[in-house]
Design a protein around this ligand. Sequence first.
Ligand code: FAD
Ligand code: NAP
Length: 315
Amino acid sequence: MAETRHSKILIIGSGPAGYTAAVYAARAMTNPILVQGLQPGGQLTITTEVENWPGDSHVQGPDLMVRMEEHAKAMGAEVISDYISSLDLSKRPFTAQADSGTTFTADAVILATGAQAKWLGLPSEEKFKGFGVSACATCDGFFYRGKEVVVIGGGNTAVEEALFLTNFATKVTLIHRRDSLRAEKIMQDRLFKNPKVQVLWNHSVEEVLGDTSPLGVTAVRAKNVETGETTDVPCAGFFVAIGHAPASELVKDQLELHNGGYVKVKPGSTLTSIPGVFAAGDLTDHVYRQAVTSAGMGCMAALDAERFLAEQDEA
Ligand code: FAD
Ligand code: NAP
């Protein structure tokens, strides 16, 4: 029989924002429930070295997230492996329906559903997804040992993916639509020094080319955005690293959003347009999008939620 679980605070998401909110909410004795979603540990589980988490000059992303989960549990948070498929914020207690059939009700909700990789939207990209087209070098780089690969994008993710892929591939071509990268300078220096990397500036990708039997990528058709000239760049793997979109699907018709789908919060807080609903991390942040800033917002969300609950008790 489907069960109903009630908590004072329900945290949706298990990235740095969700786990930090869980640590703070648990230490405030609110017995929070955290639902992990399909990616336990969030985006950092698909990367390798993290060098900017304070206190750790080198830490593997997946290891850091296991430590955060253990920390949240040690403080008393209940961490549940499930996925919230719908959320009703129209009245309190708020109601979340999970894939397992469990219904979660809560006096306050902390949304920490983060972001997901963006795709170019080409039919050929869709056709070869999982057969040469990927958005995660850490997950799939190993398949391209001794082969040539292409990465598209100009941010930190694209540069990190390109550098990581040099561990396997014979050549990595980074295609970027402009003539300068958005990535941090230190990352750019590493990229430009790597003899396996070639950068194709001012190009977009028009089409992914490949074989149908067996299904596999053989090249990408790149277009010079200034001249319109096209070039086929041979590759066995094509990695799309053009940024991330906020995972606001659950709340898009219920909360105020801005900047293309990010949940809007009152400046300097995690308060959304519905009292009792708080948002933290990449879901609400189109500017910084870092593990440490997400964790900071997770802390703020837990403190905001506790204050909200205290005010309800006083009313
Ligand atoms: P996320 O980490 O995106 O986690 C979102 C969570 O929500 C996931 O656990 C997911 O399962 C859950 N979720 C989503 N929908 C649902 C649902 N319906 N029900 C239940 N759960 C749900 N930042 C740095 O500071 N340093 C780095 O070195 C660094 N490297 C990166 C490398 C890569 C490849 C990428 C992609 C990002 C990197 N970042 C880095 C950015 C950093 O990972 C993010 O800023 C951070 O993870 C955001 O944390 P978050 O908690 O907001 O969300
Ligand atoms: P991002 O910074 O938004 O960069 C996206 C890149 O993709 C940009 O260079 C953009 O080009 C390009 N792009 C976007 N749409 C495109 C399209 N349709 N076709 C071609 N190119 C397109 O995203 P990100 O690199 O994923 O980084 C996201 C956040 O995570 C950032 O805040 C980043 O700092 C953080 N992060 C940090 C680390 C780290 O600290 N080590 C590592 C990874 C990610 P333009 O430049 O022309 O806009």
